[in-house]
Design a protein. Structure first.
Length: 303
């Protein structure tokens, strides 16, 4: 092993010891591969990266992007939150493409207690003041649509996303929209990318309230070695992230990531007709462990 490669390996493992993590609501619609690699935004040659970063459209004729279909399910411990999403292409050309994604997130077992308390005048809740018949369950349901456009210029990919959102909490409805910009450049065995998420966002509720999503950014560097890759990322919300992927015979992909002292693991399996990716994050400090399973179906190979 050359000295430069040896130094790179040592630097990677030392850096993992100083990794940081913070929760990110958008992690629920990230690909299992990128979740397993610490929640990074790594561009890939599969539809599963369309919610995170530009799709690698180089060698598109060999990869059959326009003949693939992607489906993913994510859940947290005790089914606090469940998210289902899928993606497919609208059109694809030599240097550009347009993809469509649909996301649905559902949070069950929420209790509405706003009409259950009758104050006796002291502004202090008491058991005798609570009418339990006025407490009921409601759903928190959200649907998001992704229109993702990728443009290839030499060794660069520029990506623009439009993301309409429809949200319903009990008897309140909301509509929102936001935009993303992502960029990636490929240099031999290196990939450099950055992105800005939720630009010019707005969300209006039926009760006249409005929200604005926080704009975030990330910078990613990934090194591709022989049967292994290392990925480093700085995120404006989550600070530093690290991921490593080890490839066995281009068939099995073992993944490990770190983010704020929490480890994430995952595995990917490539087959003739479909690819399977799974990720697991130990997130007990908040809402429970996070599990995600994604399947990419290669429709062309069924012919």
């Amino acid at each position: 092993m050359k000295f430069g490669n040896f130094f790179f390996h040592i630097f990677f493992f030392i850096s993992v010891l100083y990794s940081n993590w913070d929760d990110n609501i958008f992690s629920s619609i990230s690909s299992p591969r990128n979740i397993a690699l610490g929640g990074i935004h790594l561009s890939g040659d599969n539809l599963n990266s369309m919610f995170d970063a530009p799709i690698n459209i180089f060698d598109v004729d060999k990869k059959y992007h326009n003949k693939n279909f992607y489906f993913c399910l994510s859940s947290q411990t005790q089914s606090i939150s469940n998210t289902i999403y899928f993606g497919s292409s609208i059109y694809i050309e030599k240097n550009s493409n347009l993809y469509f994604g649909l996301v649905r997130r559902l949070i069950n077992n929420n209790y509405n207690t706003e009409d259950s308390w009758t104050d006796n005048g002291n502004n202090i809740p008491d058991i005798g003041e609570i009418d339990y018949t006025d407490i009921y369950l409601y759903r928190d349901s959200e649907i998001g649509i992704l229109l993702s456009y990728n443009k290839k210029i030499n060794n660069n990919i520029f990506n623009f996303n439009i993301k309409p959102i429809f949200h319903k909490i009990d008897y309140y409805d909301a509509f929102g929209i936001s935009f993303d910009f992502n960029y990636v450049r490929f240099l031999n065995n290196n990939q450099i990318g950055f992105g800005v998420k939720d630009l010019l966002s707005i969300k209006k509720w039926s009760n006249s309230n409005s929200e604005k999503y926080k704009t975030t950014f990330y910078i990613n560097y990934t090194f591709f070695g022989d049967n292994i890759l290392y990925s480093f990322e700085y995120d404006s919300s989550l600070k530093f992230k690290y991921g490593i992927e080890y490839i066995i015979e281009e068939l099995v992909f073992l993944r490990l990531g770190a983010n704020d002292s929490r480890l994430s693991i995952g595995i990917g399996i490539k087959m003739r007709f479909f690819d399977i990716d799974y990720s697991y994050v130990n997130n007990t400090f908040n809402f429970g462990d996070f599990n995600q399973l994604g399947i990419s179906i290669k429709i062309k190979d069924f012919k």
